[in-house]
Ligand binder design. Sequence first.
Ligand code: ADP
Ligand code: TRP
Length: 345
Amino acid sequence: MIYQNVKKSRILSGIAPSGDGTLHIGNYLGAVKQFKEFAKNNECFLFIADLHALTTIQDRAILQKNTETLILNELALLGDLTNITFFRQSDVPMHTELQSILNNVTPLGLLRRAHAYKDKLEKDLPEEEINLGLFNYPILMAADILLYKPNFVPVGKDQKQHVEICRDIAERFNKTFKKKVFPLPEPYIPEEVAVVMGTDGKRKMSKSLGNIISIFDEESVIRKQVMSTYTDPTRIHPTDPGHIEGNMVFSYLDFFGDKRQVDSLKEKYKKGKVSDVEVKNYLFESLMRTFKEARARYRELSANPDMVKKILKDGAQKAHEVASQTMAEVRDTTGLTNQYSFFRY
Ligand code: ADP
Ligand code: TRP
């Protein structure tokens, strides 16, 4: 399936505030940037999956902080919200309501096969220590998706199975109640930047591995991260011919630098005519240029909580409209609605 051939689709994705909420350039290239592309010609829904975070974060202050930080990071990076409905999962109670209904068409075996749960079991965690929220995680995620009947769900590779479980649940619902309420969503996994490697050049960029380049940290922090990025270990002096392949500074420059300038730096590097520090300085400048507006927006949003609240309120309102239509259909299809019903969303 080639996404580019599809006109004006509905796209939905969620992001859980299970880390500290700060996004790095891997998150930007692997997720946010694609979403901005989608939003150019499609109707997009993006939400903060705070209920999902509750499966692992069970501390009031930490959940609050992580969620607030993630909201600011996302909004600052997204910028223009044309075509994007941005909201918080727990502001739209239909997510949990639909989950509760989908519980009834979800076989236990389907959930037992889910990676997140299996991983915990493999880590020898006794069942006593695995909460039901985690076990049910894919059903809540199915509800998140199906409420909005999206065509595509952009996710990282690790989430593909959850979207497949969602399709399975949707099919079972349609079959059980003999009505095609839920169209089956397609996972969309961007290929070309599937995984951004970390500054160590060895593993996926990830906050927990300490191999990231941040976006909203102080300039001095980002400069340090850039300066400690893995380059070419065989190169001792700037006059030694250097290697481009596997050199993380050039990998990042391919995304953030000006193509002509990067090509010229690569040629010089291969001939031993430019130092690592000069190339790293150029990467630092390129990052600052790329994220200049986002960093300014971040400061503005941080200083204006009412502005953030208004965005979330507008987003929740729009999400409510769509979600409540689906829920009315679900209540009717399942027989929850009858001649004595008065409930209106
Ligand atoms: P992780 O995937 O490390 O658990 P998150 O769940 O916070 O990180 O990721 C949020 C989004 O950013 C997901 O869509 C994920 O695929 C993407 N992402 C995270 N790390 C990278 C990376 N190193 N390269 C590309 N995309 C990434
Ligand atoms: N589980 C996803 C993650 O950890 C977040 C998520 C929750 C999501 N609900 C979703 C993603 C619905 C896409 C669609 O990244």
